[in-house]
Ligand binder design. Structure first.
Ligand code: 3PY
Length: 253
């Protein structure tokens, strides 16, 4: 049995008061409505991480993630945030390699390997994002592109370390565009990712790695996506900013 996960990536949205309201709404709804076997993760912007966690009665069903971390332990990196700081705030996860960071902050597979290492050294679980652009999909090179992202950023890890990784497949052409991969396209890629993991770490680890889908996942398509054999949940962008939509996605399993 793989862990089902729905994670909300709030990106650079909300003020403190709005972030607090959204968290409280989600926590209240989760108590009454969320299926007990789904791990809910909220990834607010860094400055809100500490304040919003105190609004969740008991960390468990709801956990928190940062959206990034720096690759060094500490030092003269003005404006950056370390994995150790994130852990000290009580977060359990960090999202690494989101396509927006790969594009806007020029994050490479090599840099991401360093970020993965420092996150794991600080006992953070990693939600590792991968995914191809439209050009790559149109050239039918998506499988080799995505599996290469995994190889270069993750496959130096030993088995125990790899067990702390959650994969999020986010086709770039489906992020913030309103386009979603069809459930067949999502399933095909998730199966490919799982096969690639099995080739390196074996079937047992591959079959227990949660692989989330991200990219315009919303209440209207979540059920179809989550019903696919290798889709273990979602990394949700825009729809995670509205408590009702986010909860409806969580209830789509
Ligand atoms: C999206 O669905 O837009 C995302 O980028 C989730 O991370």
């Amino acid at each position: 049995m793989r862990q089902k996960i729905v994670a909300g990536n709030w990106k650079m949205n909300k003020t403190l008061v709005e972030a607090q309201s959204l968290t409280s709404e989600i926590a209240n709804m989760a108590e009454d409505e969320a299926p007990g076997d789904v791990q809910i993760i909220l990834a607010p912007p860094y400055p809100f991480l500490y304040a919003v966690q105190n609004l969740v009665p008991e960390l468990g069903t709801i956990q928190f993630a940062a959206q990034n971390c720096h690759q060094e332990e500490s030092g003269a990196y003005t404006g950056e945030v370390s994995a150790q700081m994130i852990k000290s705030l009580g977060a359990a996860y960090v999202i690494l390699g989101h396509s927006e960071r790969r594009e806007q902050a020029a994050e490479t597979n090599e840099l991401l390997a360093a970020k993965v290492n420092i996150a794991l050294d600080n006992n953070l679980k990693v939600i590792f994002c991968c995914g191809e652009s439209l050009d790559i999909r149109e050239a039918d090179k998506q499988n080799e592109f995505v599996t290469n992202q995994l190889t270069e950023s993750l496959f130096h890890l030993d088995e125990e370390a790899f067990k702390q990784i959650i994969i999020a497949y986010e086709p770039i052409w489906a992020i913030g565009t309103g386009k979603t991969a069809s459930s067949d396209q999502a399933q095909d890629m998730h199966a490919e990712i799982r096969k690639h993991i099995a080739g390196k770490y074996g079937e047992t680890i591959a079959n227990s790695t949660s692989i989330l889908y991200g990219g315009s996942c919303k209440p209207s398509n979540a059920e179809e996506l989550f019903s696919q054999k290798d889709v273990d949940g979602g990394l949700i962008g825009g729809a995670s900013l509205k408590s009702r939509d986010f909860m409806d996605i969580i209830k789509s399993f």
